[in-house]
Design a protein around this ligand. Structure first.
Ligand SMILES: O=C(O)c1cc(=O)[nH]c(=O)n1[C@@H]1O[C@H](COP(=O)(O)O)[C@@H](O)[C@H]1O
Length: 247
């Protein structure tokens, strides 16, 4: 079960240099299935960092959360495919047309250029947002309604899955079924601080709820011993996977 847990664990490379990212990729290569390259690292190092991680045998989740007009997002996502990333995301709030055009462009480009199609995800409502955050931007509907609504739109547009809080996994499963990929940040083991996350659960609860992948950054990066922290998270996930298997 540890190997199955490893395949589902994504480490957030939220660092400010290529050398730091490469050190993490080295240190955690046997503990995580994917390395997430986000806005900070990508802005600092550019696409080269994706290639460097891949050269070390690491799979990459390119987390740039594209949110723009349909043509721009579709073209940017096609470039992500050409980098050979395993996962890439857009914001569901960009709307159905944006998501549909992006899914179609990805499919067409990957077929024409014989590329492996990445898992195309839509971010629903950020895990750092609560109801008050939504109200401040004029959204009055409950988060518990917004998340499955956005997930369903993403599915209808041809995307493979969503990024959401582990708290909303059961709602998404009900709306979109078991084959839809659910990636959950906002994961906090008992030993870690909450930081700026608002809608969190433990790794075990995320697995039991039915999450496919767990994204974890600071609970590993800021731990006194990061390899020990990663091992503890993997063991917790493995126990939960065994529980789900038995149930
Ligand atoms: O798309 C994401 O990965 C993402 C979506 C979301 O709703 N919340 C969220 O925290 N993330 C990312 O997941 C990572 C979580 O990091 P930690 O809070 O340090 O575990 C960060 O890199 C965020 O950018």
């Amino acid at each position: 079960m540890i190997e199955a847990a490893k395949q589902r664990l994504v480490f957030a490379l939220d660092v400010d240099s290529c050398s730091a990212a490469e050190r993490w990729a080295e240190q955690l290569h046997d503990k995580v299935g994917l390395f997430k390259v986000g806005k900070q690292l990508f802005t600092k190092c550019g696409p080269d960092i994706v290639r460097r991680i891949q050269q070390r045998g690491g799979q990459v989740f390119l987390d740039l959360k594209y949110h723009d007009i349909p043509n721009t997002v579709a073209r940017a996502t096609v470039e992500a495919c050409r980098l050979g990333v395993k996962m890439v995301n857009v914001h569901a709030l960009g709307g159905p047309t944006m998501m549909r055009e992006t899914a179609a462009a990805v499919k067409e480009c990957c077929a024409a250029e014989n590329l492996e199609r990445p898992i195309l995800l839509a971010v629903t409502i950020l895990t750092s947002s609560d109801q008050e955050t939504l109200r401040a931007v004029g959204i009055d509907r409950p988060i518990e309604e917004m998340v499955p609504l956005l997930a369903k739109l993403a599915q209808q547009a041809g995307l493979d899955g969503v990024v959401a809080s582990p708290r909303e996994v059961p709602l998404i499963r009900r709306a979109c079924g078991n084959d839809f990929v659910i990636v959950t940040p906002g994961v906090r083991p008992a030993f870690a601080s909450v930081d700026d996350q608002k809608r969190i659960t433990t790794p075990a609860d995320a697995i039991v709820a039915g999450a496919d992948y767990l994204v974890v950054g600071r609970p590993i990066a800021k731990a006194d011993d990061s390899r020990v922290a990663a091992t503890m998270i993997l063991e917790e996930m493995a126990r939960a996977l065994a529980e789900v298997d038995c149930g």
